[in-house]
Design a protein around this ligand. Structure first.
Ligand code: FAD
Length: 142
């Protein structure tokens, strides 16, 4: 689930978006079982690793060029807890960011991502790392 709340599933698949656990789970591609598209010349097509694989691969991140994404089936994981606790830390360079992300990702149930400045070479990578940990205390309200 990308950071902007008003996205569509078709748009997220067409941009191969990533959510807030991208270090662990990669992009949305890794969570897709099947896609159904409609193409004006080719009609309805079912896509998966087993069926029309080439078009399946081209559709994820394909900005809509293979046809309109009409249906997506996801691989889901059960989430037994209610929410996450987010910890924020500052980094001063891209090198420090990569090193800190690698460390934090090895912790149990740790969902890590970062926001980094890229408009200035002097401060390239300066930014924040966000680490989400599963809140196992379901009674706690935030
Ligand atoms: C504030 C903000 C935060 C964001 N955070 C993240 C983030 O954390 N991670 C991340 O990966 N991205 C992020 N993005 C980018 C955003 O998530 C993606 O651009 C989004 O997934 C696009 O979804 P949408 O429904 O808005 O698509 P649109 O912007 O409407 O379309 C994007 C592309 O997909 C195509 N498309 C849309 N729907 C379909 C369809 N049904 N079939 C075929 N093609 C289609 C369009 O033609 C277009 O080329 C962020 C964007 C903003 C503005």
């Amino acid at each position: 689930m990308p950071g902007y709340p008003f996205i569509t599933i078709g748009g997220a698949v067409a941009t191969n978006a990533h959510g807030k656990s991208c270090v662990l789970h990669g992009t949305i591609k890794n969570s897709i079982k099947e896609i159904k598209i409609f193409h004006v010349k080719n009609g309805w097509l079912n896509l998966s690793e087993k069926e029309n694989k080439e078009i399946f691969d081209l559709t994820i991140g394909g900005i809509g060029l293979t046809g309109t994404i009409v249906n997506v089936t996801f691989k889901l994981e059960e989430f037994k807890n209610k929410n996450f606790i987010t910890y924020k830390s500052k980094v001063n360079s891209i090198k420090e960011c990569i090193s800190e992300i690698s460390k934090k990702s090895k912790e149990k149930d740790s969902f890590v991502y970062s926001w980094n400045m890229a408009e200035n070479l002097k401060y390239l990578g300066k930014g924040f790392i966000f680490q989400n940990k599963i809140n196992t205390d379901n009674s706690k309200k935030f």
